[in-house]
Design a protein around this ligand. Structure first.
Ligand code: XMP
Length: 594
């Protein structure tokens, strides 16, 4: 099989690029940038991924310079683009401002990389440093308004550099660019998901030889596909699954999951109601990362108890997990990447078990779209395979908690936000609490701004992008759709009562999505409870997003009819003081608020 090598410069990018190359039916291998020359030779093309470093940092990833003298086509992306320029004698300037989000590409010259393009297209940017002077032999092919050298090439040597990210869906012609690069590399397309499934089944048989596998089945896409794959490889009697109700599930979720999985013939499945245990463990905790860690550990503890109760000797058992690639990367577990969120299947005890060879994770290099494809390949029904993703810690990371001490926002920050909002005829304020975001591959924990007034989605998007780009203290923007806002919070922790309130709002959203036939139009729709104090009542945030792999996402601009009808029904419960709509892309906001 011919292949493309992706050099991993950290952050989330290398695997996403490899995923996209696989989508084009070419096998891709990820290697460290300092891999010895001999191993780099065996490929049709090399891609340098983006990454969080700057070429001027002392701890920039070590890198084998000989890659440039192999005569193999090279595509440098973002950091990889800057590195190419820097290494070959051009000039990269330390960025003064950062550019995140969408830009328009203006094509100035024809290039093989842009073959088949219609119009100029939109591209996705996430960078601070910028290429100022090109090395000898290179020329500028396309620019954006903030970035002169958005696409450069050395035609003779077949070396290309892109400041933007072709691998994310928001770059409209991104796949075309990657496909053109494959053509330039003259690479054969002979990789398929069917082969991959067969390969994985053989691999599972080998790594689980003489052992049985135990797996926690949430009912989500990943664990369900993992369970089906394990069942396929090892047979029903060597696989046991347990569904834990952690008290942070959606309304009626556990019953639904059990029914759906049993219907699929997964007989080896049990249920454990551990909701009180989880609530007790998280009682009084307010920090998002702490919540995540406690919940991850509580899963292991509940699982241990269940194993004992089920009489399974844990020595002969491996732990199966439906971990997919983004879970690993966001937890900061690969070289050169930062912790953004600790996923429940990546807490310390599990890391230790992985090192001891006690964990089996057949999906850990894949993205959700590939996992779904495997699910279909294995014959799972559409309702299971195409469910919206739901985080392991569940509603616990969708209910913000606070000790009630206001996270004060300065008047100057509010004035900066209003200066931008005013351009769109909108009022604004900044919330005295924080949510998690991701900018330039790093975690952020900052305030959301609120916009209030009548505007089109397009204007809201522009205002939101400008606010998060220009106001350092803000990583998220929401739009007020019902009720009112007070810049006050009230003490709040994870309680059954709050979970029930959130479950009710979440169920209304799901019902409305189905009523308006929008369920399949969005990737995921978190409903978030925030402890504002609007005359004693909390607020609900609607966070529908469009994505294909969750590493980047756009907020979904759903029909206003749906938004109004949903907000109205949520307000009618009498439990909430306001309904807001998150109008932030990822980056700079993450999909979940915590
Ligand atoms: P963020 O919020 O980081 O989320 O943009 C990216 C995707 O991951 C999901 N998510 C999780 N999934 N365990 C999971 O299995 C977790 O701990 C977890 N945290 C976030 C999130 O819902 C989104 O689809």
């Amino acid at each position: 099989m011919e292949k493309i090598i992706v050099l991993d410069f950290g952050g989330q990018y290398a695997h996403l690029i490899a995923n996209k190359i696989r989508r084009l039916n070419v096998f891709s291998e990820i290697l460290e940038p300092n891999t010895e020359t001999e191993k780099l030779k065996d490929t049709k093309g090399i891609i340098f991924s983006g990454g969080p470093a700057s070429v001027y940092e002392n701890d920039a990833p070590a890198f084998n310079q000989e890659v440039f003298s192999l005569g193999i086509p090279i595509l440098g992306i973002c950091y990889g683009h800057q590195l190419t320029v820097h290494a070959l004698g051009g000039v990269v300037e330390k960025g003064k401002t950062q550019e995140y989000g969408i830009a328009k590409l203006r094509v100035k010259k024809a290039s093989q990389l842009l073959e088949g393009f219609e119009g100029n297209g939109q591209v996705w940017m996430s960078h601070a440093d910028i290429v100022k002077e090109l090395p000898e032999g290179f020329e500028t092919i396309a620019s954006t308004s903030h970035c002169e050298n958005a696409l450069i090439e050395n035609k003779e040597k077949k070396i290309f550099g892109l400041q933007f990210h072709p691998e994310v869906v928001h770059t409209t012609n991104g796949m075309k660019i990657l496909d053109n690069f494959l053509k330039i590399c003259d690479c054969r397309k002979d990789w398929t998901m069917k082969n991959y499934v067969a390969e994985k089944i053989a691999e599972i048989k080998q790594s689980a030889a003489g052992k049985n596998v135990f797996l926690l089945a949430s009912g989500g896409v990943d664990s369900t596909v993992c369970l089906a794959l394990l069942n396929n490889a090892l047979g029903n009697d060597r696989v046991r699954a347990l569904h834990i109700d952690n008290g942070f599930m959606r309304k009626n979720e556990s019953a639904l999951v059990m029914k759906a999985l049993k219907k699929q013939g997964f007989e080896n499945l049990q249920i454990l109601d551990a909701s009180e245990y989880f609530l007790e463990k998280t009682s009084g905790v307010t920090s998002p990362e702490e919540k995540r860690k406690i919940i991850g550990n509580a899963f292991i503890e509940a699982q241990k108890q269940a194993l004992e109760k089920m009489g399974l000797d844990s020595g002969d058992w491996l732990l199966g997990q439906g971990t997919i690639y983004p879970d690993t990367i966001e937890t900061g577990r690969t070289k050169n990447s930062a912790v953004i969120k600790t996923h429940h299947n990546r807490v310390e005890i599990i890391q230790k078990m992985i090192e001891e060879g006690k964990v089996i994770e057949p999906l850990n290099l894949l993205y959700k779209d590939e996992v779904r494809e495997i699910g279909e390949e294995l014959g799972l029904p559409k309702e299971l395979v195409w469910r919206h993703p739901f985080p392991g810690p569940g509603l616990a990371v969708r209910a913000l908690c606070t000790e009630g001490i206001e996270e004060k926002v300065s008047e100057s920050v509010k004035a900066k936000v209003q200066a931008i909002a005013g351009n769109f005829g909108l009022e604004s304020t900044v919330l005295p609490l924080k949510s998690v975001g991701v900018q330039g591959d790093h975690r952020t924990y900052k305030h959301p701004a609120v916009l209030n007034g009548i505007a089109e989605w397009e204007e809201l998007e522009q205002a939101s992008t400008r606010i998060t780009n220009e106001v350092q203290e803000i990583n998220r923007v929401v739009w007020l759709v019902a009720g009112e806002i007070e810049e006050k919070t009230q003490p709040a922790t994870l309680t059954k009562e709050r979970m029930d309130d959130l479950r009710e709002a979440d169920a209304i959203v799901e019902e409305k999505l189905l009523e308006f036939e929008l369920y399949d139009k969005v990737w995921q729709f978190p409903v978030v409870l925030v402890p504002l104090d609007v005359q004693g009542k909390e607020a609900i945030i609607l966070r529908p997003v469009l994505s294909t792999e969750a590493m980047t996402a756009r907020f979904a601009d759903l029909p206003l009819e749906f938004v109004k009808s949903t907000a109205q029904k949520i307000m009618q419960t009498g439990k909430f003081g306001a309904v807001l709509y998150d109008i932030t892309h990822k980056p700079p906001g993450t999909i979940e608020w915590e």
